[in-house]
Design a protein around this ligand. Structure first.
Ligand SMILES: Cc1cc2nc3c(=O)[nH]c(=O)nc-3n(C[C@H](O)[C@H](O)[C@H](O)COP(=O)(O)OP(=O)(O)OC[C@H]3O[C@@H](n4cnc5c(N)ncnc54)[C@H](O)[C@@H]3O)c2cc1C
Length: 373
C-alpha cells in the first residue's frame, strides 16, 4: 500500500504535524502502536509555553479549544524544604503565560481535530527500510507494510525511524522517577492537598526530590525523583507495590509526614520510570532524502519542561515547511531541520535540568534562578 505523508506515532508531535498539514489541505496518515486512544494513561499536567507550545496550537487553528482545557490557578508554584517549610511561593496571578492542561485532554483535542481514519491504531512499526529515491517501506508488527515518499518519525524515545538517520541511542540519564496518585485530594487527603497548594510543589535536595501537581479534580500526581544507578532500582520488586513503596519512602526518612504521605498514601501501584536522553551531540544528522524526525525521536531530553512543547512546535513547523514547499520535499525538510537543530540546542542550554534540580547547589541555585538574585 502506498500512503500519503506517513507519520509514525500519535503523540503530541505527530498529531500536531498531521493537524497543521490538514489545515493546509495536505493529507497524512498517522500509524500508532497503541490499540486505541484510551489504552494508556496519558496523565500529567503540561504547561504549554507562550514561545513554542502555544504558537504551535495557533498554527493548528486550535487556540480557542486549547483555552477551554486550561486549568485555572495551576501555574502556582511552591518550593518547600524537607520539614514542610515554604522556601518560595509563586502564586498564579494570571500573568504566567504558561497555562497548564492535562496531557490526555490535549492529545484528545488534537485527535478530534483530524479527519476520521487519519490515525491507524494498532500499527506498531517493526522496521523501516529505504527503497531509494527518498521512498521508504514501513513494516508493521501486524504483518502489513506501507510505502511512502515522506516518512516522519514521531515515535518518541525508542524511535524505529531514527536508525535511518543516526546511530544515536538513548542512554540512562542517572535519574529515575516513581509515580504515585492520590485522588480527590481536598476531601480524601486534605493535609497533602494543602501542602501541594494550587499548582506545583517541589522539595529538592541533592540526589532526590518530590515534585507534585494538583491535577483536575484535585488529584495529586507525584513524581518521586531519585538519582540512583539502574541496579539500585533493579533490587526493588515493583511487582510488590507495598514493598516498593516502603523501600522508596525509606530514602525520605525524617521528611515531614505530609510529604512522605504523597508516597505512602498512593492509590495506584507506584510506577517506576527510568529517564533516558540522547546525548546533545547526537541531535543532528545529515540530510537523508524522504525522511525526518520530530519531538523525542529527534532530541530526547530528560524532563525539563520543554519536551512536549518542543514536540508540538516541531510538528507545527514541519507542517508549515511542507506547505510552503509543495513541490519540493527536500527543501521543506532542509528548512525544518536546520531551524530545529538550532532551537533544540538553545532550549536545552537554557532549561533547568535534573542535574541542576537535584545537584549539589539545590534548592538554592533554583531559588536564585527564580528570584533573579
Ligand atoms: C516523567 C516525565 C515528565 C515530563 N514532563 C513534561 C512537562 O512537564 N512538560 C513538557 O513539555 N514535557 C514533559 N515531558 C517530556 C514529554 O513527555 C515528551 O517530550 C513528549 O511527550 C514528546 O512528544 P512526542 O510526540 O515526540 O513523543 P511521545 O509523546 O513519546 O509519542 C510517541 C508516540 O509514538 C508511539 N510509538 C512509539 N513507538 C512506536 C512504533 N514502533 N510504532 C508506532 N507507534 C509508536 C507511542 O505509542 C506514542 O503514542 C516529560 C517526560 C517525562 C518522561
Amino acid at each position: 500500500m502506498t500512503t500519503p505523508i506517513t507519520i509514525v506515532g500519535a503523540g503530541l508531535g505527530g498529531l500536531a504535524l498531521s493537524r497543521v498539514l490538514h489545515v493546509h489541505g495536505i493529507p497524512s496518515t498517522v500509524y500508532e502502536a497503541e490499540p486505541s486512544s484510551s489504552t494508556r494513561g496519558q496523565g500529567g499536567l503540561l504547561d504549554i509555553r507562550d514561545y513554542n507550545g502555544q504558537p504551535a496550537l495557533e498554527a493548528a487553528g486550535l487556540t480557542e479549544r486549547f483555552r477551554e482545557l486550561v486549568l485555572e490557578g495551576r501555574q502556582a508554584m511552591r518550593l518547600l524544604d524537607r520539614d514542610g517549610n515554604v522556601l518560595l511561593d509563586v502564586p498564579d496571578d494570571g500573568t504566567g503565560g504558561n497555562p497548564e492542561v492535562q496531557r490526555g485532554e490535549l492529545r484528545q483535542m488534537l485527535l478530534d481535530s483530524l479527519p476520521d481514519g487519519t490515525v491507524r491504531w494498532d500499527h506498531k512499526v517493526s522496521g523501516v527500510r529505504a527503497l531509494g529515491d527518498g521512498r521508504h517501506e514501513v513494516a508493521f508488527a501486524n504483518g502489513t507494510t506501507a510505502t511512502t515518499g515522506l516518512l516522519v518519525g514521531a515515535d518518541g524515545a525508542w524511535s524505529r525511524v531514527r536508525p535511518l538517520l543516526t546511530g544515536a541511542k538513548p542512554v540512562y540519564s542517572g535519574f529515575s522517577f516513581v509515580e504515585t496518585h492520590l485522588f480527590d485530594g481536598d476531601d480524601r487527603h486534605p493535609t497533602s492537598a494543602k501542602t501541594v497548594g494550587g499548582g506545583a510543589m517541589m522539595v529538592l535536595e541533592p540526589g532526590k526530590g518530590i515534585l507534585a501537581h494538583r491535577e483536575r479534580g484535585g488529584n495529586l500526581h507525584t513524581w518521586v525523583m531519585l538519582a540512583r544507578p539502574l541496579d539500585w532500582f533493579a533490587a526493588i520488586d515493583f511487582t510488590d507495590p507495598a514493598a516498593a513503596t516502603a523501600r522508596v519512602v525509606r530514602e525520605f526518612d525524617g521528611w515531614a509526614p505530609e510529604l512522605t504521605a504523597l508516597i505512602t498514601d498512593g492509590e495506584t501501584p507506584p510506577v517506576l520510570r527510568h529517564i533516558h536522553d540522547l546525548p546533545g551531540e547526537h541531535h543532528r544528522w545529515d540530510r537523508t532524502p524522504g525522511v525526518t524526525l520530530l519531538g523525542d525521536a529527534a532530541h530526547l531530553t530528560a524532563p525539563n519542561g520543554e519536551g512536549a512543547n518542543l514536540a508540538l512546535y516541531d510538528g507545527a513547523e514541519l507542517g508549515k515547511a511542507i506547505a510552503a514547499h509543495p513541490d519540493d520535499v527536500e527543501a521543506a525538510l532542509t528548512a525544518y531541520e536546520q531551524a530545529m537543530f538550532v532551537r533544540t540546542a538553545a532550549s536545552n542550554a537554557e532549561a533547568p535540568d535534573l542535574h541542576v534540580m537535584l545537584g549539589d547547589g539545590t534548592p538554592h541555585d533554583l531559588i536564585n534562578a527564580f528570584t533573579g538574585s
